[in-house]
Write a protein that binds this ligand. Structure first.
Ligand code: FE2
Ligand code: FE2
Length: 164
């Protein structure tokens, strides 16, 4: 069933998003799940869908807009309520800047994997910063702030700091 979710997310996002972000988050989420003996498939589901709000509706409040969207996709595929609730929590808590903090191990894994993926793809973040600010200095500053936020607020699992 997870292949279906993979397919749907891949179809929804542009190649850049998949190649330079989502696939990295999936990679780290699975790695962390393995290290922490957590459910790898659930971690992958959370990783696949954590940014679905941003992918469909843009960055603003995407930790909120993504909740309903993730639910819709998983309901269609007849996932259990338990799994759906877990993934929704991954979505709502994945942003370092948001109010809701990750409470479950899977949500923590997704938030950490999200940060780790950013460290992998700083050059892509810079491009996003340039798009936002159209100014190199401001773009660099934006990337620094983002990485700092990731480091301070999202990296909560010791294993994540060692394996990035
Ligand atoms: Fe996000
Ligand atoms: Fe993300």
């Amino acid at each position: 069933m997870i292949e279906k979710v993979r397919e749907i997310v891949k179809k929804e996002c542009d190649e850049r998003n998949w190649k330079f972000h989502i696939s990295h988050v999936v990679k780290y989420a699975k790695l962390l799940a393995k290290k922490l003996n957590a459910d790898e498939e659930l971690a992958e589901l959370g990783a696949l869908l954590h940014d679905i709000g941003r992918i469909k509706f843009g960055a603003k409040n995407h930790e909120i807009t993504g909740i309903h969207e993730a639910e819709k996709i998983l309901k269609q595929l007849k996932y259990t309520k338990e799994i759906i609730d877990e993934v929704k929590h991954c979505v709502e808590s994945h942003r370092g800047s948001g109010n809701i903090k990750p409470k479950t191990i899977i949500a923590k894994i997704v938030a950490n994997a999200d940060a780790m993926a950013h460290f992998d793809t700083v050059f892509v973040l810079f491009q996003v910063g340039m798009k936002r600010h159209n100014n190199i200095e401001k773009a660099v500053e934006w990337v620094y702030e983002k990485i700092e936020r990731d480091w301070n607020k999202k990296l909560t699992i010791p294993e994540a700091m060692l394996s990035g």
